[in-house]
Design a protein around this ligand. Sequence first.
Ligand SMILES: C[S@@+](CC[C@H](N)C(=O)[O-])C[C@H]1O[C@@H](n2cnc3c(N)ncnc32)[C@H](O)[C@@H]1O
Length: 277
Amino acid sequence: MSGIPPEMDALVERMQRAHGLDLGVYDLGHLGKTVEKQRLAKGCATLTAYLELLTDRGEAEGLVASLANHHSELFREPLLFAQLEQRILPALATTKGVSNPSELRVWSAGCAAGQEAYSLAILLLELSQGRDAPVPFRIFATDLSTEQLALAKAGTYAESALRNVRLGHLERWFTRRGATFEAVPELRERVSFSRHDLLDADSECPKESICGQFDLVLCCNVLFYYRPDSQRVILDKLGKCLVTGGVLATGQAERNTVSAFGLQAMAVPSTLFRKVR
Ligand SMILES: C[S@@+](CC[C@H](N)C(=O)[O-])C[C@H]1O[C@@H](n2cnc3c(N)ncnc32)[C@H](O)[C@@H]1O
């Protein structure tokens, strides 16, 4: 495997051969740092000793689990959510509603415990206020991790995940339960959570969405954990799931990975891209 240091090459090969686990998809820097952390945590003096340990299936699965980062917050990237609230969602909503009964379709891809999806649901529910008719919308939110999806459905968050939430939003959309805050049922029922692997070659859009055809896709803080060829697989898939004129949002750290996919940057330095054809 070109470009990979020999020890990492051996590790990737061993994980594939012994356990059928593909670590070759991960960004090399991320993989190297995670392996090093695990090696030290397991008290192995050398990488070779850690490689021996990885013959055990449980250890191998432990390494794969430690490669996943599930950190998220509501309204995590304030600039992105300000643009969505002020420009993108109102513009997309004008194409739906009274004259066009079709719904505004949104996908939060790599949703962790639902923080991003509920942030979008709050903005969309509030967008309907003061309009003649509510904006019809559906939010599909997917992740690889079934544990994260269970947390997402529960919709309960520590204060630290809510530090970017306005006081008015907190009071309207959450109920305090001791040290945590629970999303109100009216908010929770507006998001459909399901498992979907963005690298699954056999499926383009989440099964629950049936046809994809999204007006807006958020795939934030997911791409940078992967190597360029895997990023391409994901971006290709997301591009196919968008309607022409639809918008893709990524995380700040990922904006440079998108440009080559028939998606046009909407404004620099924003992380929003429009599908133009
Ligand atoms: C760091 S969190 C980002 C959460 C949220 N999008 C945000 O920006 O706050 C990354 C999430 O992507 C999920 N993920 C990583 N690879 C994935 C894949 N191949 N398919 C689906 N989800 C994936 C992880 O399980 C994790 O919950």
